[in-house]
Design a protein around this ligand. Structure first.
Ligand SMILES: [Zn+2]
Length: 338
């Protein structure tokens, strides 16, 4: 049975554990930790919704260590949500049988379950404290730059995003993610901090959270359009079930270039070759409603799969399991800001 712990005293052990895999020795359940700061409207931060993504935990631990020193007070109160404690023990994204902890937030279409009730409870509690902003910290696989994701095209969301990276992704699906649920109450963002456990990712996340803690408001000095690049997802690209593929072997239907990953977050021209192909095998592109838009985006010509439009791939990975279970990549278009 999932229960939401609410804790108002910072446990010393939280500052001492080596990594997020030990967090179950401090918290036995998903936990909201309240830490007092000067400004009373709290910054809400969630970590370990995907329990193998430890950058958020290590960044928050660093920050709490600093501000638990004598004569240090947080510039603003914080509420920190420690998400999937069960899966963090094993260092897994989630356990078999658990839903994805970043698809069960209010506003999503996941059937009601223990986890949807847990997140509803978290949102209700946090909303009562009139949060200043919300930050959900993640990692991803593959070679991606650090970037923020927002779910509203509004100045305060741009400001929150621009403080982290000039690369910003706007999305409206999938639903049920933390940043979309929190956008009802305050500016909110999902941070993608590169691969787990990298020191520069941890430092970037910690510095960013500290910067936001020091802000008085998100309205002054609005972001100018030249200072951010906003992209929106156009399609999710998958390899059809029956199609074989490889980055190394040639005796497959689709043979990807071994350095395909390097195309992440580069704006490609309309003639880019994605792969070599046999038997006219093609990738499949699905829009946000899962409609097939392959013909608009890819064509097969001279045994090659060619991108038809100028678009930018993200989350490209060389991990064949992830490609099978999830997708090859997303394709994004640049949004023009007024
Ligand atoms: Zn994640």
């Amino acid at each position: 049975m999932l229960k939401l712990n609410q804790i108002h005293d910072l446990p010393e052990a939280l500052l001492e554990i080596k990594n997020s895999t030990d967090i179950h020795t401090v918290f036995d359940q998903p936990t909201l930790l309240f830490v007092e700061g000067k400004h009373k409207h709290p910054l809400f931060v969630s970590i370990l919704l995907h329990a193998n993504e430890d950058t958020g935990f290590l960044a928050i631990q660093q920050l709490l260590r600093k501000y638990s020193q004598p004569h240090h007070q947080l510039p603003r109160s914080m509420i920190i949500f420690f998400g999937n404690i069960e899966a963090s023990k094993k260092g897994l994204r989630r356990l078999k049988g658990q839903p994805d902890y970043n698809r069960v937030w209010p506003g999503g279409d996941h059937p009601e379950c223990e986890e949807t009730r847990l997140m509803q409870n978290v949102v209700d509690v946090v909303a009562q404290h009139k949060p200043f902003a919300s930050i959900d910290i993640h990692n991803n696989t593959g070679k991606n730059p650090h970037y923020g994701c927002i779910n509203r095209l509004e100045p305060r969301f741009f400001k929150l995003a621009a403080l982290f990276s000039r690369t910003v992704v706007f999305f409206e699906t999938p639903k049920g993610v933390q940043s979309m649920a929190m956008a009802e109450y305050c500016p909110s963002i999902t941070l993608e901090c590169g691969q787990p456990h990298q020191p520069h990712g941890i430092k970037h996340a910690a510095d960013y959270v500290e910067t936001v803690l020091h802000l008085d408001d998100l309205d002054s000095h609005p972001v100018e359009s030249k200072d951010i690049d906003i992209y929106q997802t156009v399609a999710r690209v998958i390899v059809p079930r029956e199609t074989t593929f490889s980055f190394t072997r040639q005796d497959v239907d689709i043979h990807f270039h071994p350095e395909l990953e390097k195309l992440n977050f580069s704006e490609l021209s309309g003639e880019t070759v994605f792969a070599e192909t046999r038997n006219n095998a093609n990738l499949q592109a699905l829009d946000e409603h899962e409609q097939d838009i392959t013909d608009e985006l890819f064509e097969v010509k001279n045994h090659q799969i060619i991108l038809k439009k100028p678009l930018m791939p993200a989350m490209l990975t060389l991990d064949e399991n992830i490609i099978r279970q999830d997708c090859l990549c997303y394709l994004m278009k640049r949004l023009a800001l007024e």
